[in-house]
Design a protein around this ligand. Structure first.
Ligand SMILES: Cc1cc2nc3c(=O)[nH]c(=O)nc-3n(C[C@H](O)[C@H](O)[C@H](O)COP(=O)(O)OP(=O)(O)OC[C@H]3O[C@@H](n4cnc5c(N)ncnc54)[C@H](O)[C@@H]3O)c2cc1C
Length: 313
């Protein structure tokens, strides 16, 4: 294996019935002399939110309903009364916040609509600092902590490319789609997409089949469909957290159990919790039964609890 330290750039390949759809630009070819002037058999676009292949090929994307911005940084000297390693997220008047303990540091972030963010200040630093000061819980955790990284800003997530596979190329990770920081599925989904691509290609390597652009695309097509469905399922699940249905369901479940337990009640509650867990952990996000159960309960199982009271604005 040869390591190339350069930013790869792609262009549309010359139109041809059997050739690839994408090619490395001449400068990128020159930066990879081990290719000996021959374009790679397969281009794997792992450029994250830069989404290089989508941009070059003008592939449209399906965008989610939220237009949030996230500001976040790492802090040292924070106060932590919860379980070590426990990720905490909290609803705020506008949007939500996270605290993620990382050994000596704490990742603290706020996620909110662009207009609400503007009201907190002009710069990301001002906004994060104002959010901490105004929020009693965040203040109690990081009020006297020291920020040890610049404040990073991400916007415009919730986006899935209409196509992630073509002759001679495939997109993985965020280059295919990204859902939302809520529930933190990004790294899991990225690793999973790479795994699916590797699984799809392994039989070709084993059989030493010729890797023509069309044949590679044919092998990878099911990856595109399966991973696209996974991204869509995550988007739908995240939406149910934002619109308050999942939190209302959890509240209803707690109220249900507070009125006395019994073997049947316990089994029902365990069943529901298991399927919510399967979805939110990624182990069963695309499972039809789990998804249908959550949809059904979100409509008929709330026992008078109003989702709007738990929605994240
Ligand atoms: C606010 C926010 C919070 C998040 N929190 C979490 C979380 O708590 N847990 C979680 O699992 N996920 C989280 N995510 C999502 C997670 O960060 C991403 O899903 C994940 O990093 C995607 O991995 P990736 O390898 O596809 O892309 P990236 O991690 O973005 O990696 C892409 C790499 O490609 C490089 N690159 C780009 N263009 C080129 C080029 N032309 N040539 C060469 N290299 C190039 C980039 O420099 C970068 O290093 C969060 C996302 C957001 C927006």
């Amino acid at each position: 294996m040869t390591r190339v330290v350069a930013r790869a750039r792609l262009q549309r390949a010359l139109p041809s019935a059997t050739g690839p759809e994408l090619a490395l630009v001449p400068e990128s070819m020159a930066a990879a002399p081990h290719l000996e002037g021959r374009q790679p058999d397969l281009i794997v676009d792992a450029t994250g939110r830069a989404r290089h292949s989508s941009h070059v090929l003008d592939i449209p994307a399906r965008v989610g309903p939220r237009k949030d911005v996230a500001h976040f940084a790492h802090f040292e000297g924070f106060r932590w009364d919860d379980e070590p390693g426990q990720v905490l997220i909290a609803r705020r008047d506008a949007g939500w916040s996270w605290c993620i303990p990382l050994h000596e540091r704490l990742s603290v972030g706020i996620v909110l609509g662009q207009d609400d963010a503007a009201q907190l200040g002009r710069s990301p630093e001002e906004r994060l600092s104002a959010a901490v000061t105004k929020d009693p819980w965040l203040s109690s955790v990081v009020g006297s902590a020291r920020r040890v990284t610049p404040v990073a800003t991400y916007a415009n997530y919730q986006l899935i490319a209409h196509r992630a596979v073509g002759p001679g190329w495939v997109a993985i990770g965020d280059a295919f789609g990204f859902v939302d920081p809520m529930l933190s599925p990004g790294v899991f989904l990225s690793l999973r997409s790479a795994e699916l691509v590797a699984d799809a290609l392994t039989p070709m390597l084993a059989r030493r089949t010729e890797a023509s652009p069309a044949r590679l695309a044919a092998r990878l097509r099911s990856y595109g469909t399966a991973h696209g469905a996974a991204l869509s399922a995550w988007l739908a699940l995240v939406e149910q957290f934002y619109d308050g249905r999942v939190l209302a369901l959890m509240r209803a479940g707690r109220d249900f159990m507070a009125n006395g337990s019994g073997p049947v009640k316990n089994a029902v509650q365990r069943h529901i919790e298991r399927h919510i867990g399967l979805q939110a952990s990624g182990a069963g996000t695309t499972r039809r039964y789990s998804r249908a159960l959550l949809q059904f309960l979100g409509r008929y199982g709330l026992r008078g609890v109003e989702p709007a009271d738990y929605a994240i604005r």
